[in-house]
Design a protein around this ligand. Structure first.
Ligand code: HEM
Ligand code: NAG
Length: 493
């Protein structure tokens, strides 16, 4: 036998052994079924070159509501459909409450902060953050007032366009970012403030970098970052700059803190740090403050931004929907008074439209990665402790047995025959259970007050025939949603 042939045989032998061992491992571990993994690559080939949520959804149609998949050599589990999602997140919520890997963030932030931690640390940070974000958790100005104020600034900026077509994306982005800045740093920025703009540039650039194939590849093969930390230089540089900005804010807050009058999230955390300084757990420490703040900042901007951006694209296609909102708005609020959250109860149609926008926008089609915190028996399978689990929220939001025609935009998905608002269990854009979106209450306030304040003052005029507005334009690969820029005009009412 020649050397070449021997090498080929040896290689074939090794590959067979690796394949067999992967297969035996799945069997012996009683993991859920799934596509056959290749050595080293795992199931990467099942996923390359296409939208990740779409690929995962299609595998679910083949292998069922609970299946497993190999990212490299480690297994992960994918859960689809309302029954299985509910069973895991509501009935076995504790077991699935860990945060899965986010290598490109963890490289700098480790597993600190409310978004990245698991177990006891997460529980304490989560309880504290939720309390603080409750309407009156932060001193004199409620979150509702902060949003009302920002919505008026936005309306004033829009008024200056005088009906000329413009691209609203910059202003939406700045208004949404200002809410988060007010909540965590204590105040909004003037829209042209160069410090503010450079901060937003960091966020935006990193968001786009996150949406590259390279970033997904690094998330699938975290070892690369460990051995070659320079693999993602611009992302890391931006994240470091954001961290420096936050550290600097914390320093200024420490110097000006009045414990009897907290101004924002950072103040509340500093006060808690002081109270807990004798505790042996060190949960309320600087690393957790920095990482929680960065997490809230990043999680709170792109999501609401994309929903507003895409929401106003959808509305342009349906002038009759805008007309109905206007009728309801004039009846309940009128044209003079500031809209407030109390109004929501009496505006079922508007409420249904906003729900439908969130359902249709599908901002987070696969949620954020979770992990089991114990060996977990789920539907007869054993999912080992520390396994990454994805919940495909998109399969719930687009389930034809739960929404009449999920592929079409139709506010009636959230209305009963009498026109009253109809709740749906399948409305899960924020995920469900004890580790759902921390900012759900805040986000829903923002969406209501922004949509209603803008529509109170303006009517939309598309730059195209509504029939030609294409809603298929959004691009999502799981980490974020990209809405291509568009123009419209706003005519004062
Ligand atoms: C339309 C807007 C939003 C949507 C659709 C959304 C959706 C989500 C989803 C699906 C998760 C993952 C939950 C899970 O692990 O199962 C999440 C987590 C999170 N969201 Fe949001 N979100 C939005 C706005 C916000 C806002 C405004 C904030 C600001 C406070 C925020 C802060 C967070 C944080 C900190 C987490 C991590 C929570 C944890 O790990 O305990 N989100 N969000
Ligand atoms: C908001 O979204 C638009 C369009 O997707 C984008 O151009 C803009 O930079 C985003 N702004 C922020 C602050 O994320």
């Amino acid at each position: 036998m020649e050397l070449g042939e021997a090498a080929t045989l040896l290689l074939a032998f090794c590959i067979t052994c690796l394949l067999l061992s992967a297969w035996r491992r799945r069997r012996s571990q009683r993991l859920p079924p799934g596509p056959f993994p290749l050595p080293i690559l795992g199931n990467a080939l099942n996923l390359v070159g296409r939208s990740l949520p779409q690929a995962l959804k299609e595998l679910g149609e083949k292998y069922g509501p609970v299946y497993s998949l190999y990212m490299g050599s480690s297994p992960m589990v994918v859960v689809s459909g309302l029954p299985a999602v509910k069973e895991a997140l509501l009935q076995q919520g504790d077991a699935f409450s860990g945060r899965g890997p986010f290598p490109v963030f963890q490289h700098l932030l480790k597993d600190y902060g409310v978004g990245l931690s698991s177990g006891e640390r997460w529980k304490q940070l989560r309880r504290f953050s939720l309390m603080t974000l409750k309407s009156f958790g932060m001193g004199k100005r409620s979150i509702e007032e902060r949003i009302q104020e920002e919505a008026q600034y936005l309306v004033e900026e829009f008024r200056k366009t005088r009906g000329v077509p413009f691209n609203p994306s910059f202003l939406f982005g700045r208004a949404v970012a200002n809410i988060i800045c007010s909540v965590i740093f204590g105040d909004r920025f003037v829209y042209e403030d160069p410090r503010f703009l450079s901060l937003l540039e960091l966020v935006d650039e990193n968001f786009h970098l996150l949406n590259t194939h390279w970033s997904q590849f690094l998330n699938a093969f975290p070892q690369i970052l460990k051995y070659y930390p320079g693999a993602f230089p611009s992302f890391m540089r931006n994240l470091q700059q954001l961290k420096d900005f936050v550290l600097n804010e914390i320093k200024t807050h420490q110097q000006t803190l009045d414990p009897s009058c907290p101004r924002d999230f950072i103040d509340c955390f500093l006060i808690k740090m002081e109270q807990e300084s004798a505790s042996s757990q060190h949960v309320f420490a600087l690393e957790n403050l920095v990482s929680s703040t960065i997490g809230i900042f990043l999680a709170g901007i792109e999501t609401v931004n994309a929903t507003l951006q895409y929401g106003f694209l959808i509305l342009q296609k349906y002038p009759e929907i805008i007309e109905k909102i206007h009728t309801e708005l004039d009846l309940v609020i009128g044209r003079e008074r500031l809209p407030c959250m109390e109004d929501r109860k009496r505006m079922p149609y508007t409420e249904a439209v906003i729900h439908e926008i969130q359902r249709f926008t599908d901002v987070n089609p696969m949620g954020l990665p979770r992990a089991t915190i114990v060996d977990t028996n789920f539907r007869g399978y054993i999912i080992p402790k520390g396994t990454t689990v994805f919940f495909l929220l998109t399969t719930v939001l687009n389930d034809p047995t739960l929404f009449e025609r999920p592929e079409t935009f139709n506010p009636a998905h959230f209305l009963d025959e009498r026109g009253c608002f109809r709740k749906s269990e399948a409305f899960v854009p924020f995920s469900i259970g004890k580790r759902n979106c921390l900012g759900e209450g805040l986000a829903r306030m923002e969406l209501f007050l922004f949509f209603v304040s803008i529509l109170q003052s303006f009517t939309l005029k598309p730059t195209r025939d509504p029939k030609d507005i294409d809603l298929e334009v959004k691009i999502s690969n799981g980490i974020g949603l990209v809405v291509p820029p568009y123009q419209f005009s706003l005519l004062p009412r």
